[in-house]
Each structure stands twice: as C-alpha cells, then as structure tokens.
Design a protein around this ligand. Structure first.
Ligand code: NDP
Length: 275
C-alpha cells in the first residue's frame, strides 16, 4: 500500500505570511525549523521558518534578501555568525560583547544583529545547574559559544577559567567573563566543565583530564542531541550531565521575542524538542 504524504505538519500560508530564515552552511542538521514552527503555531504567529544553505561568498546577497523579501527576521549559524556583523544596520550590546550574531530582527526600520546564545545558556543553567554564584567553572574552547558561555557564567557570578588550544584566545574569553561579573578563579576543581568546542560531534574525546570528572561535578556539552564521549565518561564517573538542548531552547525563545515582541511559548518549544 502506498503511503500518502502527510500534510498535517505544513502550516497554512496566506498572502500575509512572513518569512523567518536560518542562514548557515550546512543547515541540514538544524532543529530550529521544528522548534520555531511549533512556537509560531502555538502563538498564532503567521510566519514560516525555513533554512537556507548559504555559501560564505553568498552571505551578503542572502542578507540583502532578508531585507528585500521583507522577512520578519533571521537566525544565523556557523560559519556566518561573525561575518554577518558587517551586514546589519545596528548591533546590540550583547552581539558586540560576544563578537557574533545569531539573530537578526527589525527595529524602527533598521536590521539589528543580536546574540541570544548567552541569554539562552543562562536560562538553561538557572533551570538545571543553579546556583553558580562563587562556583568554579571551566570553559573549554574560545569561539562564539565559549564567549556566550563566558558572558552567561560571568552574569551568574561564577569563577571562570578558560582553556583552549590557543592560549591568547583563552585569555580574551576569560577577560570577557570577568567584564561580565565573573570572579577570578581559584585552584579548586571546577563544579562545572563546559565543552564549547565541536569535539564530540564525530565521537572525539576531550583532553584526558577533562574526561576525568567525579560525583558533585557537572559536565555540560553545548553540542545537542548527541551522547558524546565527554558526557558518557562524566556519567560513568558519577558526575551530572547536561547537553546543549536547554541552551538551544533558551536562545530560540529569546529570538522569538525579538521577532514578534510577544512572550515566547516555552511549552511549545519544549514539546517540539522532546517530540
Ligand atoms: P566556533 O567555530 O566559533 O568555535 C569553536 C571553538 O572550538 C574554537 O575555540 C576552536 O579553536 C575550538 N576547537 C575546534 N576544534 C578543536 C580541537 N580539535 N581541539 C581544541 N579546540 C578545538 O564554534 P562555536 O563556538 O559557535 O560552537 C562550538 C560548539 O558549540 C559547536 O559544537 C556548536 O554546535 C555548539 N553550540 C551550541 C549551541 C546551542 O544552542 N546548544 C549554540 C552555539 C554553539 P580555535 O579557535 O583554535 O579554532
């Protein structure tokens, strides 16, 4: 028996339906369409969320398209988060501090570049790991996600140490944490270890000492939907574990607020992530 295609999940579009687009390269793995489509439906926002695989050389044309097509907004992901900063009219303080944009929205006719990753991670940490005030935290990595983690952990009052393969990049991220309220780290073993690198995506382990956690510690891998060797080793050692799903939901909900000026439907985001 041939299977009928399901049209139940396809939102009904009208002449008034607005576009929200994810610009990245690649984008095939993204869970954002699933999350935002559920949220738009739950909140009665007449918009569709689509992905666009945009090669780096085409990014200026893609952002021009966001403008000329009257899109409601956009998300931006790897590898465009830094390059897009040159292509918007205004940057929020948050995007400037983190040095990357993941969300574009309109404000009084200007296309604004924002970053919702730090606020997303902060939401996740408050829900799942808090309190972190005065706790020691170690961030592994020095890219955009590490910078967002530095801002989030600084605001939560943690003592932040940063480790990366380029020591000067690690120092810059550590300074960012301190500018955002982090305390200078002591020498205690970290309560929270954050993997802010792509290591684990293809089954890679982190450096040996970061794999050796103990009960009472928390391993947070910003990768989501993957049981990485880092998380497995932490779990086997009796440490608590968390992946990047909470951050993903938090940054998505914050982007929803920018695009629509409405409170995000957290329940819809959560249900879509679990579905
Ligand atoms: P970037 O490319 O900006 O940074 C990656 C960082 O990882 C850099 O510091 C890089 O070092 C380091 N790195 C890469 N390979 C290695 C390696 N083999 N050994 C040591 N360090 C390495 O990426 P992002 O910061 O944007 O993303 C990092 C991770 O966080 C990704 O896996 C991404 O999926 C995840 N993420 C999750 C989010 C969520 O919502 N859950 C949101 C954003 C990101 P160097 O600087 O020397 O190149």
């Amino acid at each position: 028996m041939s299977q009928q295609p399901s049209i139940a999940a396809v939102p009904e579009t009208t002449a008034a339906t607005r576009l929200v687009v994810l610009l990245g390269h690649p984008v095939a793995h993204s869970r954002s369409p699933q999350l935002h489509s559920a949220a738009f439906a739950a909140a009665n926002v007449d918009a569709v969320y689509v992905t666009a695989d945009v090669a780096p050389a085409d990014l200026p044309a893609a952002v021009a398209g966001v403008r000329s097509l009257g899109a409601l907004g956009a998300n931006v992901t790897v590898p465009h988060k830094v390059a897009v900063m040159q292509l918007v009219d205004l940057l929020t303080e948050e995007a400037t501090a983190i040095g990357a944009c993941n969300t574009l929205y309109w404000h009084e006719g200007a296309l604004v570049g924002d970053n919702t990753d730090a606020v997303g991670l902060q939401t996740s940490l408050l829900a799942d790991v808090a309190p972190l005030a005065d706790a020691e935290a170690l961030i592994f990595g020095a890219g955009g996600a590490a910078r967002a983690a530095a801002v989030a952990l600084g605001r939560l009052g943690a003592s932040v140490r940063v480790r990366a393969r380029r020591p000067e990049a690690a120092s810059t991220v550590q300074r960012l944490a301190i500018e955002n309220g982090a305390r200078t780290p002591g020498g205690d073993p970290p309560r929270l270890v954050v993997n802010a690198t792509p290591l684990g995506l293809d089954g890679e382990a982190l450096p040996d000492d970061l794999m050796a956690l103990a009960p009472g510690q928390v391993a947070l891998d910003l990768l989501y939907g993957i049981d990485t060797p880092f998380l497995r080793a932490a779990r086997e050692a009796g440490a608590a574990t968390l992946d990047g799903t909470g951050m993903l939901l938090g940054q998505a909900a914050a982007a929803f607020r920018r695009w629509t000026d409405q409170p995000p439907p957290f329940g819809a985001y959560l249900a879509a992530a679990e579905g």
